[in-house]
Design a binder for this molecule. Structure first.
Ligand code: SAH
Ligand code: SF4
Length: 407
């Protein structure tokens, strides 16, 4: 069962470029905004600190609430900028408390109609995990993943990535002086509603390296959203040349979507493996900066019936990971319309997990959450994709015609 909250009115047919929002910006981005309205360089540093505090600590939605900033400056800011969050076009609440938000980002250029992405909140007793997207769609076409079938792809901006956490905290009433929506299931140990972030929504984060790195800088900043880097996990399908830089520049936890123990099968499931085979991938993992028993790498392994779930494969998995401080996360396959795969039977998953466990690895089987609202791993895909694809096709056709005419 799922509950749908009424969606906002349909967006206008033509994108309208609204004043830019300051939400999601880095300190440098806020400083640029102040420069634009003529604040002197000398004053900017202090003003950035104030804006930062109001936006990220207090989550205010209106410049008039920024009482430490002069009225004149507040008015100048309000004339040129907004504090808007992306529009929540739909909110679904699963019977298990998982929440999925469909967000429409404001257009980033004259030709952009405003990306639509999904963002999922998974509350547990002792933590609240937000699963965020790094791209609209994904170029990598892993055969078991719904996102990979989406044709329209672009990187999300830093602001758009940060905005996902801002929307979640706004909707959950998780800012000073605010309260959660009635009946919401949130962690009940007194901690933060969003205590962890995983980059496991749409997209390959390492193909949007700068956008993700800057967003993590904003999210982990102690004077604002203050989410520690150890509570942020970046999941990659295995972009080997970027793994070291991920550790060095982002310092987050690393998750690797392994899913197979032989190159021939992994080539099929995760086509990027043809470029960066298992050996190279595991070598990059061994060299991951900061790797230790306290900072283990999570290896994700999706359980596909009759494809990768035999006892022999469980044993090979353990052998491959020898010497790498690791956790193994078995993910029951989440089906989506049109997929050719099925989820392994429960007793098969248990048997696989037992072999891994006996070899000394914690091997939690990730309980599928929010399946009833298609919010589980790999089920995310923007619902308006068809419309956007058609719009893009029209655009490409008109460009081709223009080029033909010009030629
Ligand atoms: N692109 C990155 C991060 C997003 S995918 C990556 O591939 O790691 C997040 C996780 O969900 C990955 O481990 C991915 O393999 C897994 N996943 C994708 N589709 C899935 C499905 N249908 N069922 C279960 N897990 C899936
Ligand atoms: Fe992209 Fe990850 Fe899906 Fe593969 S599993 S298609 S890399 S989002």
């Amino acid at each position: 069962m799922s509950l749908s909250v009424p969606a906002s009115p349909a967006p206008a047919a033509e994108p309208v470029l609204r004043p830019a929002s300051l939400v999601g910006r880095t300190r440098a981005g806020l400083s640029d905004a102040l420069a634009e309205i003529g604040v002197s360089e000398r004053e900017r540093r202090m003003r950035v600190g104030q804006l930062w505090n109001w936006i990220y600590h207090y989550g205010v939605r209106d410049f008039s609430a920024m009482t430490t900033i002069s009225k004149v400056l507040r008015a100048a800011l309000a004339e040129r900028f907004t504090l808007d969050l992306p529009e929540v076009t739909a909110e679904q609440v699963s019977s298990d408390g998982t929440r999925k938000w469909l967000l429409r980002m404001p257009p980033v250029g004259a030709r952009d109609r405003g990306a639509e992405i999904e963002c999922v909140y998974i509350p547990e007793v002792d933590r609240g995990t937000l699963c965020v997207s790094s791209q609209v769609g994904c170029t990598l076409s892993c055969t078991f993943c719904h996102t990979g079938t989406q044709r329209l792809v672009r990187n999300l901006t830093t602001e758009e990535i940060v905005a996902q956490l801002m929307v979640a905290r706004d909707r959950l009433g998780d800012f000073p002086g605010r309260t959660p929506p009635e009946g919401a299931f949130v962690p009940n140990d007194g901690g933060r509603f969003v205590s962890n972030i995983v980059f496991m929504g749409m997209g390959e984060p390492l193909y949007n390296f700068d956008g993700v790195r800057d967003a993590i800088d904003v999210i982990s900043d102690n004077e604002g959203l203050s989410l520690g880097r150890r509570r942020i996990t970046v999941s990659t399908s295995g972009v080997v040349p970027q793994i070291e830089a991920l550790g060095a520049e982002m310092g987050t936890m690393l998750a690797i979507s392994l899913h197979a123990v032989r190159d021939d099968l992994r080539n099929e499931l995760v086509p990027l493996n043809k470029k960066y085979p298992i050996r190279d991938l595991l070598e990059a993992c061994r060299n991951y900066p900061g790797l230790s028993n306290a900072k283990r790498i999570t290896f994700e392994y999706v359980m596909l019936k009759g494809v990768n779930d035999s006892d022999a494969e469980a044993r090979e998995l353990v052998r491959l990971l020898k010497g790498i401080p690791a956790k193994i996360n078995l993910i029951p396959f989440n089906p989506w319309p049109g997929t050719r795969y099925e989820c392994s039977d429960w007793d098969r998953i248990e048997r696989f997990s037992e072999i891994v466990y006996r070899a000394g690895y914690a091997s939690p089987v990730r309980t599928p959450r929010g399946r009833d609202i298609l919010a589980a791993c790999g089920q995310l895909k923007s619902e308006t994709e068809k419309l956007s694809a058609r719009a893009r096709l029209m655009l490409e056709q008109s460009e081709a015609e223009a080029a033909a005419l010009a030629g």
